[in-house]
Design a protein around this ligand. Structure first.
Ligand SMILES: [Zn+2]
Length: 325
């Protein structure tokens, strides 16, 4: 299911039917089954340069521009995450999960259709949230609050997340958010954003220029991996390549550590959490439905999925529902 979604995503993103990247990358088969209890000790190897590339040889791609060599400058000083103070905090904070904010072209793939919200409906969402007294916050503030109790959150906090870094994030979501004095959290597939500027296959994705403008206006930029593979079951080297590669690209392009991650297709296991935590990520969002967030699950933050048919009444129902743990 998750693998299929990933292929859909790629197919939906290009003009050519693209059997791109993902299949070619498959790393050495994971030997051990990734039981969530496994290996908590990972920290040392993460300072290494990401030489361990399971090289993504893009054989079938028409434009063979998928450069495996990371354009990574180890610029930034690693900002350690908020140190958890050990206090168990539970708070109900909805984290909405949007994908496309646009009307799909005729004949679009079902994935594209199902994950597209029309811009006028999105505007109505923002009107509704404003009228109901919600305040948009950055995901990293929610995580920091859960871990340490600071910063204080506003009375009705909400996080608006946008997966995949589509161009309509820039053209449609961003101006609508600004018109409402709201902020959003955008999860970027960093290789695709890099390609977006000059490879038509990636024309559906926002460019770094656009993302820089959004970040400068207060939008939060997070990692959605380098190229959107399923991360569960992958080995350490591959995960380090995904974590450091996406992190350092965002640092180089945006000028700040991303801190936050959305698992591609919601796929993760304990090793994924450990690697990204070691790369100084503070937390991550899943595709699990819910609104009750707690300090023991900073890398398993729940979201509410917004689909093409989530109009305002459906959004209101999602927010009013008493989601269990
Ligand atoms: Zn995605």
């Amino acid at each position: 299911m998750a693998a299929v979604m990933s292929v859909w995503l790629l197919a939906a993103c290009g003009t050519t039917p693209t059997p791109i990247i993902t299949p070619a990358i498959s790393p050495p088969a994971p030997t051990a089954s990734p039981t969530p209890t496994a290996s908590p000790t990972l920290t040392p190897s993460l300072t290494a340069t990401p030489t361990s590339t399971p090289t993504p040889t893009p054989t079938p791609t028409p434009t063979a521009t998928v450069t495996p060599t990371p354009t990574i400058t180890p610029t930034s000083t690693p900002t350690p995450g908020p140190t958890p103070d050990g206090v168990l905090r539970r708070i109900r904070v909805p984290v909405l999960m949007y994908h496309y904010i646009s009307t799909p072209p005729a004949g679009a793939h079902p994935y594209r259709v199902g994950n597209s919200l029309a811009p006028d409906v999105f505007n109505a969402h923002l009107d509704y949230l404003q009228q109901e007294g919600y305040t948009t916050i950055q995901l990293k503030d929610l995580i920091s609050y859960l871990a340490t109790g600071a910063p204080q959150l506003p009375p009705k906090p909400i996080v608006l997340t946008f997966d995949d870094g589509y161009a309509d994030s820039y053209f449609n979501a961003f101006p609508a958010l600004q018109a409402h004095n709201m902020i959003g959290t955008f999860f970027i597939i960093t290789d695709f954003a890099t390609q977006a500027a000059d490879d038509p296959t990636y024309a559906d994705y926002a460019t770094w220029d656009q993302l820089r403008e959004m970040a400068a206006a207060g939008m939060e930029i997070g990692s959605h991996s380098r190229n959107h593979p399923d991360l569960a079951g992958k080995d350490l080297d591959y995960l380090v390549w995904q974590a450091l590669g996406s992190k350092e690209t965002i640092e180089a392009e945006i000028g700040a550590h991303p801190h936050i991650l959305a698992y591609p297709s919601g796929s993760y296991d304990q090793l994924v959490i450990d690697v990204f935590r070691s790369a100084h990520f503070w937390g991550a969002v899943t595709t699990q439905q819910g609104t009750l967030q707690d300090s023991d699950h900073l890398f398993e933050i729940k979201r509410l999925r917004i689909s093409h048919d989530t109009a305002v009444p459906q959004l209101a129902a999602l927010l009013a529902y008493d989601w269990p743990d």
